[in-house]
Design a protein around this ligand. Sequence first.
Ligand code: HEC
Ligand code: HEC
Ligand code: HEC
Ligand code: HEC
Ligand code: HEC
Length: 370
Amino acid sequence: MKTIFLLFLMLCTIDAGYLDNHSCKECHEKIYEEYQQSYHAKNYFTDELHRKVANAASKTTYACARCHMPMADNLKDLISGKARPYKNNKTHTDGVSCFFCHTIAYVKKAHRFNVNVKSRQADGYKPTLYGRLVNPDESDKHSSVNNPIYGKNVCSGCHSHKLNENNVTIFAAMKPQQDSLECIECHMPEVEGGVEKMDKRTRGHHASHRFLGIHDKLFRQTGVDINLSVSGESLDITLYNKMAHPLIIQPARAKFIKVQIRREGKTIWQNYRKRPEDDKQGYFGYSFQKNGKKIIVPATATSGSVHNLDTKSRLTLHYDIPQVQKGDEIVVGLWVQFAKSDCASAVKLEDKSLTKPELIKAIHYTVKHL
Ligand code: HEC
Ligand code: HEC
Ligand code: HEC
Ligand code: HEC
Ligand code: HEC
């Protein structure tokens, strides 16, 4: 009796036409497993940083759902505050779900944030999923339609930009006309293995759904080139951002440069003493104010600014250093803090790994002659 009741409850909470992430595993096993490790699979309950910032922004409304819980069957109620995230509802725990991405019909450009417009379908039909495959096999779970949006705009519905109610930019990662194909080339490279378990068409490869990003130690080394030139008491460090977006696209994030000069195993000079933010030119991140006072959670900010390195741009940092000697070693590291120190204390993060700086990449240079 109890199980029947539970089953009934589950049926009520799942949108009639919704196929959850797990249901794709039956046929798209590899893609499902990649996806499960990705940050798109994270949700309000499993991403502490997101949850704490969301709760600090508002205890009653969850407007973040538009992009963070887009498949929610009660999206409007979450946004207005009539309902709260619920952990036994698959449309709440599925994150940026397979079904959501593959049913975006088009993206509507707008001032505060873009809007993903979903395809609609009459009840009783197999759902239609959009993709880029040419002439896909028949599937008994869904029909497949080739839709050009999967090259053009599919990432821009959420990743483009966001302004708060006071028109303050919370993030701006993409230019209005920017193509999503470049995002896909870097973040969804072709990997081995058929699209689907049976692989009747022996395609042999598919677009990776791990969506590697800043959390992957190897992948994150590829975003920025670091070069240095040193002469006497002067050190120039040049950063070149190869990515199709600015270095900082997330207000909780900090990225910074740490420079050390080592002589006989001892550090004789560093670009900051204790806190990386003390070296203003080498510290990248957002800062927000409300009526002139610094605030951390940007939801109610009235102004904001960001020290950033734009896409495909170069920046040279200049340092006055002690006279170098032959044999000195110069180490230049680019580091990331997933949650800036001030953000972590403002929202009381428990997971200490979020504030512990992690290396993005480093270069080592030994002074050979003067
Ligand atoms: C317009 C779409 C959109 C809305 C609305 C939105 N976000 Fe996001 N958010 C994103 C995207 C895209 C990312 C991934 C970007 C990144 O990681 O740099 C992200 C990432 C984040 C992260 C970093 C997560 C991590 O684990 O590193 C936090 C924190 C966050 N958002 C908080 C919020 C909060 C709080 C709200 C609601 C007040 C919100 N977002 C609303 C699009 C949005
Ligand atoms: C019963 C098996 C089955 C299930 C379950 C299934 N699919 Fe498929 N899917 C297929 C087959 C077969 C193809 C065609 C593959 C090919 O042509 O190589 C396909 C193709 C696709 C494509 C490519 C469409 C295109 O035109 O590029 C997408 C996207 C897709 N599936 C998404 C999903 C998602 C999301 C789920 C879960 C909600 C899912 N599938 C569940 C069998 C299935
Ligand atoms: C429905 C909204 C939505 C769409 C569409 C979307 N994303 Fe995301 N993406 C997010 C959110 C939200 C996050 C952050 C999730 C979190 O950390 O909790 C994110 C995170 C990421 C990350 C960060 C991974 C990391 O390690 O931090 C990458 C990379 C990414 N998305 C790439 C893409 C690409 C490429 C596309 C287009 C093919 C895309 N996204 C489409 C919402 C979206
Ligand atoms: C030339 C390769 C390249 C292209 C093109 C590219 N990215 Fe990235 N992206 C990276 C690398 C490398 C990282 C991780 C290093 C970093 O963030 O500094 C990254 C990081 C990210 C992150 C996580 C950043 C964070 O701090 O949380 C998101 C989200 C993201 N990319 C989305 C996108 C979107 C959306 C597009 C399309 C506009 C795109 N990327 C295009 C290489 C690329
Ligand atoms: C953030 C959006 C997003 C999410 C989430 C997502 N996909 Fe995709 N998927 C894409 C894009 C974009 C492509 C097209 C990539 C290309 O053609 O290079 C794609 C391609 C595919 C394909 C065709 C294979 C290929 O090589 O083109 C299948 C099948 C598929 N996805 C299934 C899934 C399944 C199953 C899940 C969940 C486990 C999922 N997708 C989650 C965006 C997404």
